[in-house]
Design a binder for this molecule. Structure first.
Ligand code: NDP
Length: 234
């Protein structure tokens, strides 16, 4: 059966690699974007995950074009780093609104059709930082830790209806997000990673595709690190 996959923030970075990996698997793939170009072969829908109406409209458009969403990959995310003494409440709230509440909005919209179909996969893009913590990232780490509670609650709530909910926790990945890091931090982070390098987006995408596969049908409520060993146990 051909599955329909929706990846939020699928126009670049990890989300784009996830969308392309699902296309290679023969899935019908939709991505949300905010006006930028999307990968070839996907159905692109404009959507800002901070806006409930845009999230609802995006799902409705995908359902009309490709059918009910079987696999949701809640990937859209931002960072806005500064020390807590300098962080305004707005900067905290806007990161949480995008990374955590945005994922919740998508999960809420995805849940009813998945429950009705007695099948669904929800995959949330967290981060090693969610459990490990990182100075300067109180907003981001809180949002990423929150995704774990969100996914595990969904796993308990929806498991009896055939819906799984899992978390992928990447370490540092070569995307625009990490390209913005000053080089001295990049080297410091690489030295702390047992595999001594950042991941490529495709390496994260492979885990996401596996979680959506039939082989992973008995996996739910899991947090899967793809971090080169950085987090180990966190
Ligand atoms: P990028 O900055 O390359 O891409 C982020 C994506 O999220 C873009 O598609 C962006 O859209 C989208 N996005 C941001 N804000 C919103 C919003 N309000 N509504 C809808 N879409 C939005 O990041 P990465 O690919 O590196 O990161 C993807 C995910 O992986 C994020 O959740 C990130 O936190 C997580 N992650 C990344 C790591 C890394 O090292 N790169 C490590 C661990 C986790 P647009 O193009 O319009 O801005």
């Amino acid at each position: 059966m051909t599955r329909t996959v929706l990846v939020t923030g699928g126009n670049r970075g990890i989300g784009r690699a996830v969308a392309e990996a699902f296309l290679d698997e023969g899935a019908l793939v939709a991505v949300t974007h905010r006006g930028r170009e999307c990968p070839n072969g996907v159905f692109g829908v404009k959507c800002d995950v901070r806006d409930r109406e845009q999230v609802d409209a995006a799902f409705t458009a995908v359902e009309a074009e490709l059918g009910t969403v079987d696999v949701l990959v809640a990937n859209a995310g931002i960072t806005d780093s500064t020390l807590i003494t300098r962080m305004t409440e707005d900067r905290f709230a806007s990161v949480v609104d995008t990374n955590l509440t945005g994922a919740w909005r998508c999960a809420r919209r995805a849940a009813t059709p998945m429950v009705r179909a007695r099948h669904g996969r929800m995959i949330f893009m967290s981060s090693v930082v969610g459990l490990y913590g990182s100075a300067g990232l109180t907003n981001y780490a809180a949002s990423k830790a929150g995704l774990i509670g969100l996914a595990r609650s969904l796993a308990r709530e929806l498991g009896s209806r055939g819906v799984t909910a899992n978390v992928v926790a990447p370490g540092y990945v070569n995307t625009d997000m990490t390209a913005a890091l000053p080089e001295q931090y990049g080297k410091q982070y690489r030295d702390a990673i047992p595999l001594r390098r950042f991941a490529e987006p495709e390496e994260v995408a492979a885990t996401v595709v596996w979680l959506a596969s039939d082989e992973a049908r008995y996996v739910t409520g899991a947090v899967i690190p793809v971090d080169g060993g950085l987090g180990m146990g966190h």
